[in-house]
Design a protein around this ligand. Structure first.
Ligand code: ASP
Length: 312
């Protein structure tokens, strides 16, 4: 056990998540998935491991969990494929790695980590990123692994109406992410997503873009976002929060509030984010109905939550 502040927060997407449309069984499944991922990351921090390891381990668990829109549970694009995006960033030296539009990779966050550590680049796309992943010995899966009847039906529904939708038809962003502070004072962030159901033309959202959907800087905070990617890119959400702390001296709470509840809302940017600052303060704000989220620190905070409005 360390006496330094350690903290982790994770999300499984924000959106229209209502108690009335959830069964107790399904809720228990979601909560179990979040708890597993939280524990996988926290134990690393508790044993003195790095925030980078912790966010990767948490996101791998979320990618392997069918109900979230990342890895195994990634949504179908217009061509009936799964094109995934992911990013990881380390706040100690601002190194980052990301991939977009990749198919077949079991854990896109691992590929993002490889890009960060071994490619000499920050962002690789499509086939090139996949080739690099194979070269690095990452695990690949065939289409069956990524198939689920529920996701297939969502795609069919979206195709029939010729619309591009957020994860589920009832507006849920199932993207996953994690942020952490380790006992050495290093912050890290990671995000992974299948993007939007029925997306076309190689569309890429905010998740793999450092500064938009994912950002970590030891001087300020670590952030992972979920929501309508286009609006999060235009608002450069994650970096904006970091800048408000760095240049305006704002608290994490005030910076998150300004960006999520005001700047984003003003342009119709629905969604939320998880954030941890260098002191270990945790924020999990969202302007949608709910957000799958969880956090834990060594000061007694330990939460798994889904809905908004303090109705937990
Ligand atoms: N931000 C993601 C994207 O636009 C969607 C999500 O959060 O689920 O790709």
């Amino acid at each position: 056990m360390t006496s330094q502040n350690i903290a982790i927060a994770i999300h499984g997407g924000a959106g229209t998540i209502l108690r009335s449309s959830m069964t107790p069984e399904l809720q228990a499944k979601y909560e179990g998935g979040l708890q597993d991922a939280l524990d996988a990351g926290y134990i690393i921090l508790e044993n003195g491991g790095s925030s980078l390891e912790a966010v990767e381990a948490a996101v791998v668990k979320l990618e392997d969990f069918l109900l979230f829109n990342a890895g195994k549970g990634a949504v179908f694009n217009h061509e009936g494929k799964h094109e995934m995006d992911a990013a990881i960033m380390f706040g100690k030296n601002l190194v980052a790695g990301a991939v977009c539009g990749v198919s077949g990779v079991k854990n896109p966050v691992k590929l993002a980590r490889e890009v960060m550590a071994n490619s000499g680049h920050v962002l690789l796309s499509g086939k090139g990123a996949e080739d690099f992943g194979r070269q690095q010995g990452l695990e690949f899966e065939d289409d069956d692994y990524f198939f689920s009847q529920q996701r297939y039906q969502q795609w069919q529904d979206a195709l029939a109406e010729d619309r591009v939708t957020l994860d589920h038809t009832d507006k849920k962003f199932g993207t996953v992410g994690a942020v952490a502070l380790d006992s050495a004072g290093n912050l890290a962030a990671a995000t992974s997503t299948g993007g939007l159901t029925n997306k076309k033309y190689g569309r890429v959202g905010d998740s793999p873009i450092p500064g938009a959907g994912t950002y970590a800087n030891n001087d300020t905070c670590a952030i992972s976002c979920t929501g309508v990617g286009e609006l999060f890119i235009r608002s450069v959400v994650a970096h904006d929060i970091s800048c408000l702390i760095e240049y305006k001296g704002m608290s994490l709470t005030d910076a998150c509030d300004l960006v999520v509840q005001h700047k984003l809302v003003k342009i119709g940017g629905e969604g939320g984010l998880i954030a941890i600052d260098k002191e270990g303060n945790i924020e999990m704000p969202f302007n949608s109905e709910g957000m799958y989220r969880a956090c834990k620190n060594n000061k007694g905070r330990n939460e798994v939550k889904i809905y908004g409005g303090g109705d937990e």
